[in-house]
Every structure is written in structure tokens, then in C-alpha cells.
Design a protein around this ligand. Sequence first.
Ligand SMILES: C[S@@+](CC[C@H](N)C(=O)[O-])C[C@H]1O[C@@H](n2cnc3c(N)ncnc32)[C@H](O)[C@@H]1O
Length: 297
Amino acid sequence: MGRSSKDKRDIYYRLAKEEGWRARSAFKLLQLDEEFSLFKGVSHAVDLCAAPGSWSQVLSQVKIVAVDLQAMAPLPGVTQIQGDITKISTAQEIIRHFEGQSADLVVCDGAPDVTGLHDVDEYIQAQLLLAALNITTHVLKPGGNFVAKIFRGKDVTLLYSQLKIFFTSVTCAKPRSSRNSSIEAFVVCQNYSPPEEYVPNMSNPLLDHSYDVDFNQLEGPNRIIVPFLACGDLSAFDSDRTYPLQLDSSKEYQYLPPTQPPIQPPYQQACHLRKNKLLANEDSPSSRWLGCTCLLF
Ligand SMILES: C[S@@+](CC[C@H](N)C(=O)[O-])C[C@H]1O[C@@H](n2cnc3c(N)ncnc32)[C@H](O)[C@@H]1O
């Protein structure tokens, strides 16, 4: 496969490079904003799970605190925290940055490294969303908005009901740049209005295995169903389609490298070991045996 094949398969990946965004995710936030005018009147924002930083780029007109497990190349006007949003220490660091003031918008594009085990992936994703919600209750101003990635899996009703406790409006939105083949969508939670006398804390019971398993079976008025909205102009590119490399007959296609390669990718050590032939000898009898064992299981 040539290096341009990803450009062909993924139109938003290609456009991101052409327009200088660090990731194709930028288009998701832009299309959500087209629908919900999320950036109107925003001067302070929190970008959770921000690396490599395209959402922070989109929000670059405002003061941002950006958080991620991964190190992120600097961006002007963005305060960075490297940490895990499910850890209380990271949450406290974010809250410290906001002492005396609050954010108008909190966004979270957090996604776990997918394992392929749907239940596990959905569970971890839900934990990220709820950790983001807990942090949000500390820093978001009343009336502010919260946007987060959600996997529309089997626990989604429980998540919606938890979000509805804090926001008057919750919508599930699917931007056109998010593939239809992906269970990813975004909850757009508007008008933060926590229950009266609610005291933000980091130990609220989040989705865990002891919750009532019948929650998703509720019906009628007991079941929380939020509106679902496809957003992004219908004339926008379709993320599930393959496009020719030359989109415009007057402009020749030219391969462009990514705007900002990852600065400390988790696979860096493996690449180093492989390049320097430091990996266990793949030809040794023991590793051949190990290979067979892996195939068997
Ligand atoms: C889809 S990427 C975010 C892309 C980003 N919005 C952008 O536009 O560049 C998901 C990010 O979630 C981060 N992440 C996953 N689990 C996390 C956690 N527990 N705490 C902080 N970040 C996390 C990953 O490191 C990854 O960078």
C-alpha cells in the first residue's frame, strides 16, 4: 500500500492535513458547532483527552486547559496537563487551574485504545465520559455546555439519564465526518443546571457493575430517550466513502505529511526495539513454538 492510500480511503484525514489540523477529529467539532453554535460567547474552555490537539486548535480563540494521557506538542494559548482524567489527582489539577473562575465549555473526545471486545470498550468509554462529567461539575459555569464522545452501546440509557440530571437539554449528535460504521456519536449537553444544593465531588457513584441491570429495560416515560441528530451539511464529504486523490481537476494531488506527528507515541519503544533488532529473536525455536501457541489460542 502506498502512503497515499489512506488519503484516498479517508477524505477527512486528507482534508485535515490540507487545512493544517492535527487530526481529522477537528471536523467533528466544527460540524457540531455548525449545528449547536457551541463556541458563541465562550472565553474559557477545557479540552479533555485532547491529544494530538485538533480540538484545541479549533478552539484556539479562547483560553484552554487541555488534558491527555499523552504528551502533546505545544499550542499557543493552551495550558497543558498530562494525566489520566479518571484519576482524582488530574481532576484536582484541572480544578486548581480554574480557581475563582469557571469554564463556558467543556469538551471530551476521549477514547480508549479499542480492544475489539465491545462490552469492555463501551464500559471504558462510559467511564471516561463519567469522569469528564464529574470534572465538568467542578469547573463549568451554570448555563455552560458540555460535549463528549459516547459509544451508543447497551448502557447508553443509563448515561443519558445521568447527564439529564445536570443539563436541561441532552442531544445525541452524529457529525458527518464520523463514520456511520462507527458506534461513536457525541452527546451535546446544554445549559448546565445541577440539582439544587448539589456539591460537586469526585466520588459520585459512576456507572459500575453494581448498577441495576434492568435500567435499560425501562419503558414509556421511565425510559430516558434523547433526540438523535445527524449534523454537518449534507453536501459535506461522506466519511464512509472513498474519494479519488484528485478532487479538483484544476489542482494536482500532492501527498502531504501529517500536520503534527505524535511526539511520544506509545508504540515508540516497540519501533526502537524493532529497528535495532532488539526484539526477541523471531527465528528461535522457542519463539516459533510461542507463535504456534498464539495461533492455537
Ligand atoms: C480521539 S483522541 C482525541 C483527539 C483530539 N480530540 C484531537 O482532536 O486531536 C482520544 C484521546 O483520548 C486520550 N485518552 C484516553 N483515555 C484517557 C484518559 N483516561 N485520560 C486522559 N486522556 C485519555 C488518548 O490518549 C487520546 O489522545
